[in-house]
Design a protein around this ligand. Structure first.
Ligand code: NPW
Ligand code: ADP
Ligand code: K
Length: 514
């Protein structure tokens, strides 16, 4: 699913009105009806008080139109208009009149109005600001937002939490609605997925308001959201007359005394995603450990407690390097020598990334389309500090484009960047914030590359499978008890899950068939 900028959404809006020959008020009505239906389906007329806080622009207009539908279906509502500006949008006014026609009189709020009482069991609809927010809300509006945030009532935001910009991090962190649920029109917004702005969104869902499909299909976006639909096209089925040679040979290079587990985790993950052969390249202290821990993996050793040189006469189809390797002078020399000889695109993680950060001239030796998988600290060492998440993305985009590398920014929503485009992952959970979870990812991506997945696909698909495996694993372990090897154990289920049809999809198909 594409992630549009506010500018593109306004454009889609305009094109839709022209192509479908409808008024903007009709489009607002569609939007409001979609939200109403979403609420009505869940609430079924429940006698819960709904407070609708509306601005004076089109987001406010959506809220006002929604109030009318709720009222007409017997819900108990209270409507507030937050008068943050003297201007009013045309469609806001049309809907306000319709509300007044029904003898519903909103409470107009300005800097002097007392805060309304809200019971924790009530519901708040937040329609104060939408994607038109272009400056920090005034202090009194921020006070209202704080009041809503501390009410403990369930907050449903229309389109985007009020106070959240679409393209920057809010200055006043308290002047933003913390939404329990966001119903976003047609497309999700980038800010739902970044660490500094995603914290305002517990859950989100997209509502289809029928914007022009041609425009949506043809628009080029900087970001794409990666779910099952997007990765299914990458999946490569196993051929009947294939053999282990068909599925490549993954080589995992890393480990040092006390950190052999990292290589063990990565190697077993590489096997589990289907790599035909897997060899681990470790110091001698890891030899027996690996041979005992994973009988399916072959082992080459070099150096006693650290790898001293990287040389082998096998022909891997993909190499994952760096985990648990250490950053001593010996490791730096070994990596440099290897990079001078190597021609294959690599998966580079952990200490190999740290070595590259400290010896940036080595970056020139990395083959194009190699994959770098830094966690936030490793990324900072590599590209320097950033002011906020947006600057981080721009910096990494530039770095990746200049060097023609795939950079996987690991986090709650891992973002893979390549050639100026970002792929935002939707799987994974906080249980995966655990030792070795990244090593597993390195193994998964290397295992996919070994089988011939091009590197961008291997990164996007690998990140998805890693997260989905973690999601499946917590069904048994819960968040706290999840450990990295549980992720690997669930890789098989994550592959099977690719072909499961969800309840939602099933009912969609049967509706179309009937
Ligand atoms: N996508 C779609 O196709 C559809 C979208 N729809 C809905 O439209 C929403 C966008 O509506 P919108 O453009 O009217 O902007 P909105 O956010 O309501 O703000 C209103 C105005 O407030 C102003 N302003 C900004 N910041 C301010 C501040 N800090 N303090 C004071 N004032 C401030 C600024 O005007 P300015 O004062 O800068 O001239 C701004 O224009 C969208 O989120 C969705 O809900 C649906 O109805 C139908 C289909
Ligand atoms: N809160 C979270 N939600 C989802 N995934 C997470 C979360 N925290 C961490 N992860 C994932 O777990 C992995 C952690 O990697 P990393 O920090 O390198 O771990 P390690 O170095 O211990 O192996 C990454 O793939 C990251 O995306
Ligand atoms: K809103």
């Amino acid at each position: 699913m594409k992630v549009f900028t506010a500018e593109q959404i306004y454009k889609a809006d305009k094109v839709t009105l022209e192509k479908q020959q409808i008024s903007s008020d009709a489009l607002m009505e569609r939007a409001a009806l979609q939200i109403f239906q979403w609420m009505h389906l869940r609430m079924q007329g429940a006698p819960v008080k709904i407070h609708l806080f509306c601005g004076i622009g089109n987001n406010g207009g959506d809220g006002i139109a929604l109030a009318r539908h709720l009222f007409e279906h017997g819900y108990e509502i209270a409507v507030y208009v937050v008068k943050y500006s003297d201007k009013r949008s045309k469609d806001f006014m049309i809907n306000l009149d319709r509300l007044k026609d029904r003898k519903i009189w909103p409470v107009y709020m300005d800097a002097d109005t007392d805060m309304p009482e809200i019971h924790p069991n009530d519901i708040i609809v937040d329609a104060i600001f939408g994607i038109g927010l272009n400056r920090t809300p005034d202090a009194w509006v921020a006070q209202i937002i704080k009041h809503l945030n501390t009410s403990k009532a369930f907050i449903l935001s229309v389109d985007i939490p009020s106070g959240l910009f679409t393209d920057s991090v809010p200055e006043d962190k308290e002047a933003v609605i913390k939404a329990n649920y966001v119903l976003s029109f047609q497309v999700p917004k980038l800010v739902f997925f970044l660490p500094q702005t995603g914290i305002y969104v517990d859950h989100w869902e997209v509502l289809d308001i029928g914007l022009d499909t041609d425009f949506l299909m043809n628009a080029k976006t900087d970001y794409e959201l990666i779910s099952k639909n997007e990765v299914l096209q990458f999946y490569r089925p196993r051929e009947k007359y294939s053999h282990k040679g068909t599925y490549g040979h993954a080589l995992i290079i890393g480990g040092s005394y006390g950190k052999i587990g990292a290589v063990t985790l990565a190697s077993s993950a590489a096997l589990k995603v289907g790599s035909g052969l897997v060899t681990a390249y470790v110091p001698e202290c890891g030899y027996e450990i690996l041979q005992t821990a994973i009988p399916e993996v072959m082992v080459i050793s070099n150096g006693k407690s650290n790898i001293e040189d990287i040389e082998f006469d096998l022909e891997p189809t993909a190499v994952g390097i760096g985990i648990g390797m250490g950053t001593t002078d010996t490791s730096v020399k070994a990596l440099e020598n290897f990079l001078n000889r190597n021609k294959l695109p690599l998966v580079i993680d952990a200490d190999a990334l740290n070595i590259l950060s400290q010896n940036q001239e080595l970056l020139d030796l990395i083959p194009e389309k190699s994959i770098l998988t830094p966690h936030p600290k490793e990324l900072e060492r590599l590209v320097g500090k950033w002011k906020d998440d947006f600057e981080k993305l721009e910096k990494v985009k530039r770095f990746s484009k200049e060097r023609k590398l795939v950079v996987v920014i690991k986090g709650a929503h891992t973002i893979t960047l390549f050639d100026g485009r970002g792929y935002i992952n939707t799987t994974g959970n906080p249980g995966m914030a655990t030792a070795g979870s990244g090593d597993t990812l390195t193994g998964i991506i290397t295992g996919l590359m070994a089988q011939g997945y091009p590197s961008l696909q291997a990164a996007i698909f690998g990140v998805y499978i890693h997260g989905r495996s973690g999601d499946i694993a917590i069904e048994e372990t819960g968040y706290q008890a999840l450990i990295a090897s549980d992720i690997t154990k669930s890789i098989g289920s994550a592959f099977l899950d690719l072909f499961k049809v969800s309840e939602h999809e099933r009912s969609d198909t049967s509706e179309k068939e009937s």
